[in-house]
Design a protein. Sequence first.
Length: 202
Amino acid sequence: MTKQYSLISYTAKLGKGVIIGDFSQIKNCIIGDNTTIGNRCDIYGGTIIGKDVKIWHSCNIYGCSIGDNTQIGTFNEIKQGATVGEFCRFQCGVFIPEETKIGNYVFLGPHVLITNDKHPTAMNAIKKTWNLEAVIIEDHASIGAGAILNPGIKIGKHAIVGSGALVTKDILDYHIVVGAPAKKVGDKREHKNFAIDYENSI
């Protein structure tokens, strides 16, 4: 179903049961069955969105891929070449730059900021000569509100990053980190509910 006042390119491929909110622009992209796009979203060419996805209001999605059953909160921006897995949950105001790789069942809290260039300048951006270092976030990782991930780092499986953390180096599987710079304070496997959480995640 399409509401009034949205612009949909004739080259866009929409699956069954897709809902597009008001004042959205849908360009040359693929959207899977039963996916919902909120109001005032721009979905740019080359984007591939899976089935049963929910993208809330005022998101900019640029030529990336989003897996089945993922939810993207309001005011998210996902740049070209990024990959988002299945069953992810992103809260409002998340920024995901070019070539970021995000696995399945990943949680990103409000205003998580991912970066991909250690030495950005206006001239590098104009000339497109930046040195891109993509971030990788593996399955079941959880990133708290307002965390900043520096370029080129890897967040391991089931890792937990505390709110407001500044992550400057790789985080190993299951590690819990907090602070600026982020430091290990625990291991998820030692948590009393880990066995239950793990069983539910496989």
